[in-house]
Design a protein around this ligand. Structure first.
Ligand SMILES: *Cc1c(COP(=O)(O)O)cnc(C)c1O
Length: 467
């Protein structure tokens, strides 16, 4: 052990991070569960897809999102194979570009989009529109028209306004469209627990308990051109077990059976949404797709038996669980600052050349991440560090707590795993930073699939005084 003989935790005034955080047993190794499948360290240097990040950075600069294509495809395939009888919709909002849309298609998945912009990416990628599902709580008439004209497989309606709007759109365009009705099953899923409630005080879906969901089904059935496929629910995100899905599925299936009994309509399909968790740190222990599939199918089949209805054709919408672990963000360390805290402990602030503009999740959701020194070996003792960005904002934190080598210095590369979902897709130009590129790696080669923004991109919309 290269660590100080007394150990980090025994040093006077040593800073103890969160209770789950342990110093690394080998700081020059990766914790495999946090990294994409091809990631490894070769003499301290991180290698992904057979490409050393030092070489990748020499070519593409920092910060950069490094996307492991084999990992993405393997996770997509794992969901498709485990949920073989389902339709698996990749939730494009987690991360979408034309390359990823093509990989999704090639791996046999369908695609879920929730704005005209995401639909545009799918169209640009040549995605089969019949396998696209259109979500969103406030789709505009223009977005609905575009989706219907493009021939999307189904629109998930989310309000009475939208049912009326979509009815007008299909009347105008003269085309029918598949429809699912999004319902709120009264389950709030949190990372490690779920809360079952009668009502959900949130913007999505139709309430089952208030009767809105049944009324929405009635209106869709009565609307010419709207072809009802079934009910849809999505209970949350970064969920680790199926207990929340179980409560939700029971409530949604009860409504499904009510529709059959009261309206005489056996809806052919049902969508159970996404939300499957991934490991951001060693505290997370996600289930694999095969286990999820077995449990979820068992729950639905059992409940259908009890209700005496046929099992509808099921679908799911994983986003994070497919793209999240596929990507790491590589930053360059700019400054390292030791800060004295109350009680004499010191925290090492490591500033990198990105931050909340390329990863807002820590600031927005209090999310946990980890990181590793990616450009060299170090045998220095681990110290508790906090990785922060370069924005003018004290809350600009990327990794709240992680052990980093005490000799971490400007110019070192630092890599943060698990940044594939909701990082690039939620990125911003705060402080007029340029969004990093997405560099795909595979079989020893790297290629840019989304290029780095330039100052010209940044200034392109600034039209100035027009007088
Ligand atoms: C966000 C979302 C998903 C994907 O969630 P993940 O946590 O990324 O799996 C799926 N369906 C709907 C309706 C969503 O809003």
């Amino acid at each position: 052990m290269p660590t100080h003989a007394a150990g980090w935790a025994h040093a006077d005034g040593a800073l103890r991070g969160p209770s789950w955080l342990r110093p690394p047993t080998d700081p020059n190794a990766l914790v495999p569960t946090l990294w994409s499948r091809t990631a490894r360290k070769v003499d301290g240097v991180l290698e992904v897809g057979g490409v050393s990040v030092s070489e990748l950075v020499a070519e593409h600069g920092t910060p950069a999102y490094v996307l492991d294509e084999a990992d993405f495809r393997a996770r997509a395939r794992a969901f498709r194979e485990a949920f073989a009888d389902y339709d698996v919709f990749y939730a494009g909002k987690a991360f979408l570009c034309t390359s990823v849309a093509r990989w999704v298609a090639e791996e046999g998945l369908s695609l879920d989009v929730c704005t005209g912009g995401e639909l545009a990416v799918a169209q640009r990628a040549g995605f089969d529109m019949a396998r696209v599902e259109f979500h969103g709580n406030n789709k505009s008439v223009a977005e609905l028209r575009r989706a219907v004209e493009a021939g999307v497989g189904r629109v998930v309606v989310d309000s009475f306004d939208e049912v009326a709007r979509l009815t007008r759109v299909v009347a105008e365009t003269g085309t029918a469209v598949g429809v699912m009705v999004r319902v709120t099953p009264g389950v709030e899923a949190h990372t490690h627990e779920y809360i079952a409630t009668a009502h959900e005080d949130q913007k999505f879906g139709f309430s089952i308990t208030a009767g809105d969901a049944l009324e929405a089904v009635r209106r869709v059935l009565a609307a010419p051109g709207l072809e009802l496929q079934g009910l849809h629910c999505h209970i949350g995100s970064q969920i680790f077990d199926t207990s929340g899905f179980e409560v939700a599925a029971r409530r949604v299936l009860a409504l499904h059976a009510t529709v059959a009994a009261e309206l005489g309509v056996e809806m052919p399909a049902m969508d159970l949404g996404g939300g499957f968790g991934i490991a951001y740190t060693t505290q997370d222990d996600p289930a694999d797709p095969a286990q999820l599939a077995t449990e979820m199918t068992g729950i639905v089949e059992q409940e259908c038996r009890v209700l005496g209805v046929a099992v509808p054709h099921l679908s799911i919408e994983p986003g994070r669980a497919i793209v999240g672990p596929s990507t790491c963000t590589v930053y360059e360390v700019g400054t390292v600052k030791e800060v004295a805290l109350d009680g004499g402990a010191r925290r090492t602030y490591v500033s990198v050349d990105g931050g909340m503009s390329d990863n807002i999740r820590t600031a927005l959701y209090d999310a946990d991440y980890s990181c590793t020194l990616a450009s060299r070996r170090s045998d220095a003792a681990p110290v508790l560090g906090r990785v922060v960005g370069k924005h003018c904002e004290a809350g600009d934190v990327v990794v709240k707590d992680e052990f980093v080598p005490a000799d971490l210095a400007p110019g070192d590369l630092l890599a943060v795993p698990g940044t594939g979902a909701y990082c690039r897709s939620m990125s911003s130009n705060y402080n007029h930073l340029l969004r990093p590129p997405v560099v795909a790696v595979r079989d020893g080669a790297s290629r840019v699939v989304v290029r780095r923004e330039t100052e010209d991109d940044l200034l392109a919309t600034d039209v100035g005084d027009q007088s």
